[in-house]
Design a protein around this ligand. Sequence first.
Ligand SMILES: *Cc1c(COP(=O)(O)O)cnc(C)c1O
Length: 373
Amino acid sequence: MSCPRIEVDLSKIRVNTQTVVRRLGPRGIGVTAVTKAVCGHPAIAKAILDGGALGLTDARINNVQRLRQAGITCPVTLIRTPMLSQVDEVVQFCEASYNTEIAVIAALASAAIRKDKVHGIILMVEMGDRREGILPENVAEVAQQVMTMEGVALTGIGANFACLSGIAPSASQMASLCDLANEVEGVCGPFLKTVSGGNSANLPWALGDRTTGRINDLRLGEAILLGVDPTSGDQIGGMYTDAFTLVAEVIETGVKPAPFPIALTDPTTERLRTVTSRGASARMILAMGHQDTDILGLSMPVGSTLIGATSDHLVIGTSRSMKQVGSEVRFQMNYNALMHAMAAPDIEVKLLGDPPTRLSRRAQGKVEHLALV
Ligand SMILES: *Cc1c(COP(=O)(O)O)cnc(C)c1O
């Protein structure tokens, strides 16, 4: 089997999705799955849809195109406010997008009119993460402007937490978002279809004791893929944390003498060194490096320590019996490591588990419906 590779257990991803869908359903919250960390990988997306996600969302239009080319016809939104240079593709491939800029919304509207479509607009509100979003006091006004435009329909509002700040949302922030939904409807009239409360960092709030109010959607990536709460890094009860495994091959083993007392040839070269090797140590080199993944986001196998990495080499110290050249070492990845590895051109993605043999009903969506007519 080729190395390095990512082994993906599709059944674990499906079960993770089912678990969050079942827990959030009784609270009136549907799950929109975020596929950006897996670059819109179609088979992974299908496993997620099989698990009961209502739709998909991604930050990049290329990933959405990949989903569409694989025959996925469920609702797909763009969670990153569209680039002006990509509005035609956004309107073509996405039912709706999250937006913060009126100039972009106007361009989406023109593009939609050209294509004889109506594109959904979800306004992203800044609620404290200090990344994207319209300030709450300006949302009603922007919503009114959107209402006057042809080619676009105001379908919802949303907020995002913990991405830049790392701080999970508070109950009062979530209540403010619900109030804002009511305010926008008071001014604009239509019932907002989507009130999207945030991402995986919202799960402790959403599954807690308090009412979840008007929030009827969460956009979940990390929780479904890695089974962890992003703010604490802790496993979410009942979820698999090992749906993805990164496998690399040993290309050198042995004992290296202590480093020579010379300066590094290039002091500006950033070298990752977490263990200063005192004396000789048993080490192995794997054919994988910074070009493939975020090395600091790998959990080392038991008995192993990270000595360092360069673009193409990963040096590991081991207290266990040495592996042979040609053998494989397996790693779990955090979200950053997963995201980089999934995008790395030299890493094969190997699908395990029982992949859905046909597109699920949800994945087929409209196509199946048309076939019935
Ligand atoms: C990445 C992202 C998400 C998903 O975040 P997770 O922590 O992976 O659940 C949701 N919403 C927006 C706007 C994002 O950028």
